[in-house]
Design a binder for this molecule. Structure first.
Ligand code: PGA
Length: 249
């Protein structure tokens, strides 16, 4: 069955001094019963990998380029992430879709490159508040899944994160029914496109204002295989109880 995954997205937060949080986490969860992934800014990646080297915690990137190398000032390739110690990369986060105009097609191309570099692609999808209010959520999610996921995925190298844009960093969380509806829909779409074997092995994470206080109930929802956590992943004191809640789910 699917092994659950607690993933932390530090976004544009974290200096060397913050690595103590990671060491604390690795001490508290040396060999957790779930997978744990922390995605720090790229500048910290190799030091973060060192900080968790005595544990089974993995580190990942937050974005990569579609190409393998070349004249792309400021960009980072999947192979570079891998070389720095990453095992996974977040792709198509709504902040990248918004801040950098990333399209489904671009995300799909990045995901293909990441998978070819032996990284797990954590592909994010999610609707805006206007789309939710217009009752378009499933259409939007269906389109993002079809457009953003490359054909080459397996159950192991793809993770899908459902992150309603209006729930990210806002403290607002969808109802458990709303989360369940979207996760069941994503599962059905994955099974339809990739077959039951692959479709049932892909982990589907919920993301958006996951905190120690709401994690357990969210982890009880069908087809929720873990969480992608932003703000509450920055401090071991917040992320540790979320990992424990997932272990208990
Ligand atoms: P949040 O962010 O937990 O701070 O809401 C989640 C995310 O953007 O991945």
């Amino acid at each position: 069955m699917r092994r659950k995954l607690a993933a932390g997205n530090w976004k544009m937060n974290g200096l060397g001094a913050g690595l103590g949080e990671l060491e604390e986490l690795a001490q508290a969860h040396g060999d957790p019963a779930v997978d744990v992934l922390i995605c720090p800014p790229a500048t910290l990646l190799s030091r973060a990998a060192d900080s968790v080297s005595n544990s089974t915690i993995n580190v990942g990137g937050q974005d990569c380029h579609t190409g393998q190398s070349g004249a792309h000032t400021g960009d980072i390739s999947a192979e570079m992430l891998r070389d720095a110690g990453a095992t996974a990369v977040i792709l198509g986060h709504s902040e990248r879709r918004e801040d950098h105009g990333e399209s489904d097609e671009l995300v799909r191309s990045k995901a293909r490159t990441a998978i070819e570099a032996s990284l797990t692609a954590v592909i994010c999808v999610g609707e805006s508040l206007a789309e939710r209010e217009a009752a378009n959520t499933l259409d939007i999610i269906g389109g993002q899944l079809a457009g953003s996921i490359p054909d080459i995925v397996t159950g192991e190298n793809l993770v899908v994160a459902y992150e309603p844009i209006w729930a990210i960093g806002t403290g607002k969380v969808p109802t458990l029914e709303q989360i369940g509806e979207v996760h069941d829909f994503i599962r059905a779409r994955l099974e339809k496109r990739f077959g039951a074997g692959v479709g049932r092995s892909v982990r589907i994470l919920y993301g958006g204002s996951v905190k120690p206080g709401n994690a357990a109930e969210i982890f009880g929802v069908s087809n929720v295989d873990g969480a992608l956590v932003g703000g509450a992943s920055l401090k071991a004191a917040d992320f540790s109880p979320i990992i424990s809640a997932l272990e208990a789910a």
